[in-house]
Ligand binder design. Structure first.
Ligand code: ZN
Length: 63
């Protein structure tokens, strides 16, 4: 089964059916590209994508 991405915050959820970042259960396997955020507080990219928690995020969700 492919990893699923959260439709709400785009976090890639590797285990379970609930996003550990925002608590949403709206997950989809239809996403493409990903970005790894290692320091959400300092990353310009994280700011741009409104990401506040370190992790791996889908670049786009096609659902
Ligand atoms: Zn989420």
């Amino acid at each position: 089964m492919p990893d699923q991405a959260c439709k709400n915050c785009r976090f890639i959820v590797m285990q379970g059916n609930v996003c550990p970042v925002c608590g949403s259960n709206q997950l989809t396997p239809r996403w493409s590209g990903y970005v790894v955020i290692l320091d959400a507080e300092k990353s310009q990219l994280a700011k741009k994508l409104s990401i506040k928690v370190d992790g791996t995020y889908a670049m786009s969700i096609s659902d």
